[in-house]
Each structure stands twice: as C-alpha cells, then as structure tokens.
Write a protein that binds this ligand. Sequence first.
Ligand code: 0X9
Ligand code: ZN
Length: 305
Amino acid sequence: STFYERYHSLEDIYLWINRTSQDNSASVKVLLLGSSYEKRPIYALKLSLSPGSDKKALWLDCGIHAREWISPAFCLWFVQYSLGFYGLNSEITQILDSFDVYVLPVLNPDGYRYTWTKNRMWRKNRSVSQNGRCVGVDLNRNFDANWCTEGASSSPCSEIYCGRFPESEPESQAVSNFLRTQKDLVQIYISIHSYSQMLLFPYSCTTEQAPDHQELLEMVKEAAQRIRRHYRNNYKYGAGAETIYLAPGGSDDWAYNLGIKYSFTFELQDTGRYGFLLPPSHISKACNEALLAVKTIALKVLQNR
Ligand code: 0X9
Ligand code: ZN
C-alpha cells in the first residue's frame, strides 16, 4: 500500500507537512495557527496552485476528534491528490484555479497522539479540568454557537464536555482566530469527521432551519447522489440537528454564523461495522468518496458565482 493508504502517527504527519511544503515550495506554504494545550504546533497548509493574490478560499480541517483516524488521512489524501492531479483532472484543476485551499490535517494534535500511545478511543483534547479530576474538552462543542445548550455537557468528565467558556481551548481558538481574519476570503468551510456516512450543514446547534437551508440541501444532495453512482455507497444528508442530533458549539455552525455560507461537516465511512477502527484497506475508497463530495460542493459554489 502507498503512504496515503495507511494511518500515520502525529510525528509522521509533522514530517509529511514539512516534506510536502519543501517539495512543493512554489505552491504550498505552511502556516502555524497556534499551539495545543500541551504546546504542540497546529499547522495548516495553504495550497495556491494558480497565480492571483487574495483568491477566494476553501477551508478543510481534519482531526477535531482524536479517534477519527480516517479524518487526518483524508486531509493528507486531499493534498496529495490536489498536487498530483492539478492539470490532469479537470474538476480539481478548475477548483484550484479558482480557490486557495487551506488544509489543517490535525486540529487536535494532543488527542491524536494520545490515541496512538495510550487510548485508541480518545475523542477530546487533553486539557486538564479546573479540579484536575478529568481530562479533555470536546472541541466540537467549544465553538461559540449556542454554546453548551442541549446536546453538550458542562461536566468535565463527559465525552461532550463544552469547556469553561466558548473558545476556552487553544485548539478551537487557533482555528477561530485565523478564520476571523480570513472570513471575507473563505467561502467554503468543511470539517471532516467519522463515522456514519453523512453530509451535514447548519444548523446542528438548533432545530431551526438556517437561512440558506434549501441551497445547502441541494448541494449535499447532489454530492450524495454522485457518491452513490460512482462508488455505490449511501450517504445521508441534511441539517445536522435533524440528520444526526442536536449538538451545539460545533465549528460548522460557528463558521456559518461568521458569514461563511457554504459550511459543512462530513462524516466519512463507515456506518458502524468497524466504526472509528476503519481498516487501512478502506482508506482509499473512503477518501475518494469524500473527495468527490468536496469537488461537487466547490464546483457548485463556482457555478453560482
Ligand atoms: O458530534 C459531533 O461533533 C459530530 N459527530 S462525531 O461522531 N464525529 O462526533 C457531528 C458534528 C455535526 N456538527 C455540529 N454538531 N455542529
Ligand atoms: Zn467527530
């Protein structure tokens, strides 16, 4: 199997980030967005394949939840595909001609490392609670979108602990600070999770419909249809609160409220047979499906320009 058909430790992903930017210095820049609770760097890659400054941008983040290993694997897959197929595949070429792409491979480096060394099923980050008795905030409950209402927990020991206040965690802060400075350029926000095979859009933090509900629904519907035709696999789609569950404080809802209209969360393979322990032999199909969904959405946005 190739490098991209395996899972990689945090250390290997840091090396990959370095090597990828060095080997493609004209088109790839490394951005240091901040550091984690345990002081590990949080890097994003900026892909600028075609000339032009201040192009609109597509944002992709992976690894908010530590145990969802297919998610960082997808970010690596996406970068490799973009660099390898620019000029060869017409869809990715059109996308990279029109957008700068930011890719954040591991949003939660402390948690990801912990799943490799201590507990494969860890979800949260690794910050120690006030009383010191529990560890971890669910970073996808820590953003400022109906923060800590129904669907999140204020108990530090819960798997869906929202933290002490919105953006209390350095990892969520790093992302929100960066996106606030770039919000006029970032047109598409996509956050990659697993598992359950769903293409979600706001809101998850309320059962109310987002103002752009119909348009976003059409986009994920088309993406799911293309996945069904190409890969014979079913993805559910819809607003988060009605499709998966009510879950406030998520990055997608926060980005949407910031003004990034095309905001999504993808839940990749599978539907529960392996769950978070998706075997490496499934990486390529899982990533190709998600890639098709990213392409479909980005191309739709371009059609509407
Ligand atoms: O609960 C979550 O954070 C996500 N599911 S997961 O199994 N990967 O943990 C769903 C996130 C949907 N979006 C929001 N809740 N904002
Ligand atoms: Zn997740």
